[in-house]
Ligand binder design. Structure first.
Ligand code: AP5
Length: 232
């Protein structure tokens, strides 16, 4: 089913760049990244999802990442950068992509800058999800994800029509292991110490745009689309 905000208005302009969603855990990056990726028909590149897929498949990379994620800490840059460098070489990335949860450190951002230049993409657009920390706990602990298609719900804010089942494909919903209350604190601390400096980093480069992430999903989608469509 077509769910994109611009359904019926095709053909769209091409993206041909990276859109980076930057913000704390639970700010709504994944929800909006899926929407924007559907709208522009480009891949949604969530490093968190990639790591969880590796854990589910039992790969060596997954085995390295799992204990780190369970502590709410960041996975080492070397692992993440290898994963991203491989992924953006895939043919489906030719028209651009939406990064969700990457980059998360200044070293990752610097590496990405070089990579995008090498591959001839336009300058990235960075969308910063500005939100009060007090709102995040409810969003994170209430989150449930579809085991089949990965659609994101929330038992408080965005419940499914049938409890425990995805509206799109009927898949079973599950809670992420790191969404337990005791792991949310360390995740927020990791964000403040290692990722929040990217706000100043991208502001200095003139690439940063704020959205008010406390607004409704539809309103944030509108803000994101306005930014992406106006970006030079
Ligand atoms: P990752 O999977 O990236 O998680 P995160 O960044 O902590 O972000 P979340 O997925 O928790 O939140 P979100 O902003 O996507 O919110 P969502 O849209 O789901 O990372 C997990 C772990 O992997 C990290 O801790 C780290 O260990 C590792 N990792 C990943 N990338 C890494 C990297 N680059 N470097 C190193 N380590 C890395 O929404 C949240 C909830 O709110 C949902 O229930 C949703 O329905 C609801 N919601 C969304 N928008 C709204 C709204 N506007 N109003 C009301 N409710 C809303």
């Amino acid at each position: 089913m077509e769910t994109s905000a611009l359904a019926g208005q095709r053909p769209l302009e091409r993206l041909h760049r990276a859109v980076i969603f930057l913000g704390p855990p639970g700010a709504g990056k994944g929800t909006q990244a899926k929407e924007l990726a559907r709208t522009y028909r480009v891949p949604h590149l969530s490093t968190g999802d990639m790591l969880r897929e590796n854990i589910a498949k039992g790969t060596q990379l997954g085995a390295q990442a799992q204990p780190v994620m369970q502590r709410g800490e960041l996975v080492p840059d070397s692992i993440i950068l290898r994963m991203i460098a491989d992924r953006i070489q895939c043919a489906d990335c030719a028209d651009g992509f939406v990064f969700d949860g990457f980059p998360r450190t200044v070293a990752q951002a610097q590496y990405l800058g070089e990579l995008l230049k090498q591959h001839g993409y336009k300058q990235p657009v960075v969308v910063h999800f500005a939100i009060d920390t007090a709102l995040l706990m409810r969003r994170i602990t209430g989150r449930r994800m579809c085991k089949v298609g990965g659609e994101i719900y929330n038992i408080y804010e965005r419940p499914t029509k049938v409890p425990g089942r995805c509206d799109n494909d009927g898949g079973e919903l599950e809670q992420r292991p790191d969404d337990r209350e005791e792991i949310v604190g360390p995740r927020l601390q990791a964000y403040a110490a290692q990722t929040a400096p990217l706000v100043a980093y991208y502001k200095r480069l003139g690439r940063l745009h704020d959205v008010d992430a406390a607004k409704s999903v539809a309103e944030v989608t509108r803000q994101v689309l306005d930014i992406v469509r106006a970006a030079k």
